[in-house]
Design a protein around this ligand. Sequence first.
Ligand code: BEZ
Length: 262
Amino acid sequence: MSGDGHPALMNTTQSWDPILYDDRARFVSTLAKDDLVDLLAPGPDDHVLDLGCGTGDLAILIAARGARVVGVDASAAMIAAARAKAPGISFSVADGQSLGFDKEFTAVFSNAALHWMRRPDDVAAGMARALRPGGRLVVEFGGHGCCAQARAAIGTALGEAGMDPSAWEPWYFPRLGAYTALLERHGFEVRAASLFDRPTPIGGEDGLGTWMRLFANRLLDELGDRAQAVVRRAQELARAALFSDGVWSLDYVRLRVSARTA
Ligand code: BEZ
C-alpha cells in the first residue's frame, strides 16, 4: 500500500515481445534510423557497441556501413530475435547498468533504450569504460516531458480506479542539462545535445492501448482484470490532446547527445 491508502503499483521490469515490437513499434527505430546513424558516421575502422539494441535493426544498419558491431540488450527474447535476423553480428544479453567492457570500442551507440535504465550513473560509467580514448558516444532516448500527456492520462485513470498513480512509471526522462552534466562527471566531453519534440503516430482507434501494451505491459499485468477499464479511461482522457483524423500521435520528446571520451 502507498502512504495514502491506495494500493501501490510496483514498477517491475518490462517484458518484451519481439514479434509485437517489430510489428507495432518499428517506428522507434524507423524515426531515428537515418540521421542518428549518420551522426554516428560508422565506418570500417569502427568497433561499435549498440546498447539496448532490441531486435537489432540499427545494429544491422551500422554493420552495413562497414563497422564491427556488438549489440547488447537486457531482454533475452529481443536478443534471440536479433540473432535470427543477423547471425553475422555479435548479439548478447547484458544489463546496460552493469556493462563489463573495458576500452574495447571506438563508439557507443544507443537508440530508445536509456530511458529504461533507472541507474544512469551506472550506465554512463559503463559506457565510458567501454570506450577507447577518443571514443564517440551517440545516444537518443526519451527526454524530460516525454509522453507527458499520455502519462498524465494514465495516472489519472489509475487514481480514479483507486490505485496509487505515483509509482507506476519505469522510465528515466532527464532534462538536457542534468544529463549532459552527468556525462561530464563520467569523463565525457559533450559535443552536441538537443531536446526536441517528436510527435509519434501510432495507428488505430486503440492506439494508446497498443502503446500501453507495448511499453507498460507490467502495469497492465499488475492491474489484471482492471487493465481494460484503465486503458479505456486513459484513452478517453488523452483523446482530445493526442487523437485526430483516426491516428493517435504520442507526445514523444527526445534527448539526443553526442560526446567523446578524452
Ligand atoms: C520508446 O521506446 O521510445 C518509449 C518507451 C516508453 C516511453 C516512452 C518512449
